[in-house]
Design a protein around this ligand. Structure first.
Ligand SMILES: [Zn+2]
Length: 186
């Protein structure tokens, strides 16, 4: 059965796609289990820049998994800045489409996935659970999708030397105020 609890925003959907590969032809019985683990609160995530660190509880065991996300491309970063330069930046699905249509999809890419379980490297259930948990978090707050790609850091670096033509965008970005927001997961 279809499950729309995860990835109902385009920002979150990108993370569902890591779990549910489009090339996959047969149903993966691990997917419903991974979603259930997320619903049951078995995944605890903390963010460290572009690194997602998770602890997954399953049965009596706990497993540590680390996912590194690639930095957002300069083109996508610039396009997101441009699209967010309005008075009240909100990361809607429409904005996602606009950024994508401009040729710079803000879709994340993963640099590495490292799980401490024996099945690591084979898309283990811990990895799948983290993707779903990320999707759910990002649905709730799409700023996380930008944060894990180093967007705020990159834009902050740029803001130290704003060009006269683009003074406004940095005000808008500051309004997003990522500080002290993404640090802890319960
Ligand atoms: Zn694993």
């Amino acid at each position: 059965m279809a499950d729309n609890d995860f990835g109902y925003t385009k920002w979150g959907k990108d993370w569902v796609r890591f779990a549910e590969s489009l090339r996959q032809t047969r149903p993966n019985p691990q997917l419903p289990s991974a979603r259930r683990m997320v619903r049951d609160g078995k995944v605890q995530i903390t963010f460290d820049g572009r690194t997602v660190r998770a602890v997954v509880h399953r049965g009596r065991g706990t497993t540590a998994i680390t996912i590194e996300v690639a930095p957002m491309s300069p083109g996508a970063t610039a396009e997101v800045c441009r699209q967010l330069s309005g008075a009240q930046p909100v990361l809607t699905d429409d904005l996602y489409v606009a950024i994508t249509d401009a040729g710079h999809p803000p879709r994340p890419e993963l640099v590495s996935v490292d799980c401490s379980c024996p099945a690591a490297g084979l898309r283990c259930i811990h990895e799948l659970a983290v993707y779903y948990d990320m999707a759910r978090r990002i649905d709730d707050d799409p700023r996380i999708a930008l944060h894990v790609q180093g967007f705020f850091r990159a834009s902050a670096d740029n803001s130290e030397a704003p060009t006269p033509a683009t003074p406004r965008r940095w005000i808008a970005l500051n309004a997003l105020d990522p500080a002290a927001y993404f640090i802890v997961a319960e």
